[in-house]
Design a protein. Sequence first.
Length: 379
Amino acid sequence: MQTVTIPFIKGDGVGPEVTSAMQQVLDAAVAKAYSDKKIDWLEVPAGGSAFEKYGSYMPDQTVEAFKKYGIGIKGPLMTPVGGGIRSLNVYLRQTLDLFVCLRPVRWFKGVESPVKHPENVDMVIFRENTEDIYAGIEWESGSPEAQKFCKFLQDEMGVTKVRFPETSAFGVKPVSKEGSERLIRAAIQYALDHNRPSVTLVHKGNIMKFTEGGFKKWGYELAEREFGDALASGRLVIKDCICDAFLQNALLKPEDYSVVATLNLNGDYISDQLAAQVGGIGIAPGANINYATGRAIFEATHGIAPDIAGKDIVNPCSNILSGVMMLEHLGWNEAASLIYAALERSFSEGFATADLARFMPEGKSLSTTEFTKHLISIL
C-alpha cells in the first residue's frame, strides 16, 4: 500500500466544512481508482483556532510539517488583527518560497456564467508569489519611515514627482530577474508538458518599464536561451500583452490565451476575473508551488465567509478542485479524472449547492453535506 501523508489545515469560518467535503471526495475517488494507494491525513494548526490554543496564528510545527512532507492543503484562513503577520497565506508562500501561484480556469457544463461562451475559457495562470506587492514593503502616510524615505527620494535620487510628499504613503515594488525567470520557466515547461499552444507574458511594461517591462524582457530572453528548439519547431509560442488590454481580451477572445505568466498584482485581478467568467470563485482552485524543491500547498481560493459558516450551505468545489490538483501533482491522475467526471455529471444534471443551482435551468439546490454525498454516489 502506497500511503502518502498530507498535512492539512481545516481553516477558519467555512474552512472546516469545505475541508471535510474535500477529504471525503478525495478518499472516495482514490479508493475507487486504486487498490494500493491511500491518503493519511495529518491535521496541523493555523488560523483563529490555533491562536486560541497555541497563542500563534501559524505555529512552527505547521510550517515544519509542510517542509517535512513537501505537500499540503488548506482551507481559507482569517487575516490576523493587529500587528505581526499581515496574511497567513502570504506568510506560508514566502516562508516556503512557493513562488508560483497556479490557477487553472475551466468551465464545467451546466454552470451558469455571465458571458456568452464560457467554454472558450481554458487558461492556466502562473502568478508570481513572492515579489511585487507581496513583498509587503511599504510605509504609512505621516510615519517617520515614510518621511525618511521621501527625503531620500528627493535628496539622494532626485525624485520630483511626488505630488503630495507630506501625506504620501510609500510602497516598493521589487521585481528581480531571477524571480521572473523561474516563474516564466515553470510556465513554459508546463505548456510544453501539457501540449498547450502558447505562453502569454502579461505586464504593464509600457508604464513601469524596469519592473514590469523587465519581466517581459527577461521572459523573451529566457525563452530564446533555454527553449530555442521548441520556439523554432513551433511547439512553443511566446507572446505578451499589456495587462489592461488582457482583461478586455479575456472577455472578448479568451480562446487566444492558454498559459499566462504574470506578476503578483496582475495575477490577482486576472485569476478572479477569469473565475467569474466560468461561474465564480466558488469553483476556482489554486496551488502554491516551488517547482525546484517540489513543495506544494493547495488551497481554496475564496475567503472564510463567516456569515454562512456552520449553515451547511457553502460551495466546497474550490477546495475539492484544489484537492484534484493535488492528486495530479502526486501523479494520481486516474482519481483526479474521476472527480472531474463526477462534477461534470452533477452540474450537467443541475445538482449543486445553492450559489450555483439557483442560476441553473431546473437547478436542484443541495446542502454542502448533500452535495458531497451526491458526488460520492456518482463516484
